[in-house]
Write a protein that binds this ligand. Structure first.
Ligand SMILES: [Zn+2]
Length: 109
C-alpha cells in the first residue's frame, strides 16, 4: 500500500509498505526524525536541517533559525538510521527535549 504523509507545510513523504506493519514502521521512523515541529527552546517553527562534516565524520542536526539552538542526531551503528539525542550518555533525559545552545563544552562539536 502507498501512503502520503505530510509532516509540515514543507515536507511531504510518499512511502510504500507491503502491509500495515511495514507502513507503521516507516511512519515511525519519519516522525522520529522529521516530525520535529518546533524548537525546544523558543518554540519557533523556523527549523533547518544541517549536516556538518568534522574531520571526516558527518554530524546531523536540526537548527533553529531564530535562537540558534540545535538538536543533535545520533547514528545507529546498524542500518545507518538516525535518532534524535534526547538523553545524555547516562540515559537521563536532557532538558528541552534535547534542544540546546551550542557551547564549547558540548561533546557534539
Ligand atoms: Zn529556537
Amino acid at each position: 500500500m502507498k501512503v502520503k504523509y505530510k509532516v509540515s507545510d514543507k515536507l511531504e513523504f510518499e512511502l510504500e509498505g507491503s502491509g500495515q506493519k511495514e507502513v507503521f514502521k516507516e511512519l515511525a521512523l519519519i516522525q522520529e526524525i522529521f516530525g520535529e515541529e518546533y524548537c525546544g527552546l523558543c518554540k519557533s517553527h523556523n527549523l533547518k536541517f544541517v549536516v556538518r562534516n568534522v574531520e571526516g565524520n558527518d554530524y546531523y542536526e536540526l537548527r533553529c533559525s531564530e535562537c540558534g539552538a540545535l538538536l543533535a542526531f545520533g547514528q545507529h551503528k546498524k542500518g545507518g538510521t538516525l535518532f534524535p539525542k534526547r538523553k545524555d550518555d547516562d540515559g537521563n533525559y536532557l532538558p528541552n527535549k534535547g534542544w540546546h545552545k551550542w557551547s564549547k563544552d558540548s561533546k557534539d562539536k
